[in-house]
Design a protein. Structure first.
Length: 428
């Protein structure tokens, strides 16, 4: 009994100290609000909001000190996500693909929903690309947004200076990002863990600063506008065009801005499905098994004769290529690129998708992307508090599933014992 009282007393003291620190930090950030009154500004005190923030910090720290997190982990172990067999997974994947294809023609489909689905698929594709580097090869990359930016700016520059369209620039963007991935891979071949993360973080910032300061080529902070959008086999999505028929005129349809949005959605859906097939195929090839060997033990990987230099460079190159293709689509969708779209926060979100979904899990990336894209949208009506709730949800999920939503590393190849060998063993 005395031990329990001592534990509770220590937890109470720790929570109180944390609440006092939170009060000091939150007073200028949460306690006051700058308001505009017709040109005059004034500071308004928000005591109730400040009190709510301090109480939330106090209770959260108290629960953590009382080891409520271990209770949540225990509950998470009891609530297991269902595991599907290979045939069930194939059926579920087929249903999801059919539903995704039919989404734009559904009566409830709107521009907002298609834009949200397009954003979701972009992050899925980026997550699968980073999953090659982080999940399969075990190389921590905090500068993945650099390859995303490389693909976007490749399309913007090729269209501005050479007049190339989206389809012509798409493979070039993937090649440019892959080349950049190899250039990143060479300096970090002998780095691991935190040192690798620091170098890749610096690499991402270097690319962003180049885009920001090389004004003569990249436009600097003003970016590049007028990036061409993908056409439908030469048909534009304009109401009318002097250069030829438009999409609506060719098919005899009434013009609608939703037609271009739906076409962009189908493009990124096709790219995402190709990425899924490509990455799944890579897992079963020797290079995919080499990535898994490198992830599990680099020393053992070298001991069996694998060239870790080629293994690492291939992971960086192929992961970067997928990021570059996604960046090329992003630039075509927006019609404008600027360095503000490629900050470290984007790398953090993509890495969170891979970690939250489960390292190396393809379907985990899909679920995590849905969570990270959907949660902020669900909380949009909460205005300035939605990101706070988003962070709380992330913490709870990671406590509940510390190894990711779909944890578990399944080997790409499993060894089977021939029946003759088994018979010999039984006879012995």
């Amino acid at each position: 009994m005395q031990a329990k009282k001592s534990i509770f007393r220590e937890a109470w003291r720790d929570a109180t100290v944390t609440a006092v620190i939170a009060l000091i930090l939150a007073l200028p950030l949460v306690g006051f609000r700058l308001q505009d009154h017709g040109g005059d500004t004034s500071l308004t005190l928000r005591p109730y909001l400040l009190l709510a923030a301090v109480v939330a910090v106090f209770l959260g720290r108290l629960l953590i000190s009382l080891r409520a997190g271990s209770v949540l982990v225990s509950v998470g172990r009891m609530i297991q996500l269902p595991r599907l067999s290979s045939s069930q997974s194939t059926v579920a994947l087929g249903i999801a693909i059919v539903a995704a294809i039919l989404l734009p023609v559904m009566p409830f489909a709107s521009r907002y929903q298609l834009d949200l689905a397009t954003t979701f698929l972009i992050y899925v594709m980026l997550g699968w690309g980073l999953n090659i580097v982080v999940g399969m090869a075990g190389l921590l990359d905090l500068g993945y947004v650099a390859f995303y930016a490389a693909g976007a700016y490749t399309l913007a520059l090729l269209s501005t200076y050479f007049g190339l369209g989206f389809w012509e620039a798409l493979p070039i963007a993937g090649l440019a990002a892959a080349t950049l991935g190899v250039l990143l891979g060479f300096p970090v071949l002998r780095l691991r863990g935190d040192y690798l993360a620091i170098v890749t973080l610096g690499f991402g910032e270097i690319i962003r600063l180049i885009l920001l300061n090389w004004t003569e080529v990249t436009g600097g902070p003003n970016g590049i506008s007028g990036v061409p959008r993908p056409s439908f086999f030469g048909l534009s999505f304009l109401p009318a065009s002097a250069e030829g028929q438009t999409f609506s005129q060719f098919f005899g349809l009434a013009f609608s801005p939703l037609q271009r949005v739906a076409w962009l959605y189908y493009i990124i859906l096709a790219l995402a499905l190709l990425t899924l097939v490509f990455t799944n195929r890579l897992r079963r090839l020797p290079i995919g098994r080499s990535w898994e060997a490198l992830r599990e033990d680099e020393v053992a990987c070298q001991a069996v004769g694998l060239n870790t230099t080629i293994v690492k460079l291939s992971a960086f190159a192929l992961g970067a290529m997928l990021g570059g293709i996604a960046g090329c689509f992003f630039a075509a969708r927006q019609g404008f690129v600027s360095p503000e779209s490629f900050t470290f926060s984007e790398s953090a979100v993509i890495l969170a998708i891979v970690v939250l979904g489960g390292m190396g899990s393809q379907m985990g990336v899909v679920i995590a992307a849905a969570v990270l894209v959907g949660l902020p949208e669900l909380g949009r009506h909460l205005a300035e508090y939605r990101m706070l709730l988003f962070g709380v949800a992330m913490v709870v999920i990671m406590i509940w599933r510390p190894r990711g939503l779909l944890a578990g590393r399944r080997p790409s190849v499993t060894a089977s014992i021939p029946s003759s060998v088994g018979a010999v063993g039984e006879a012995a």
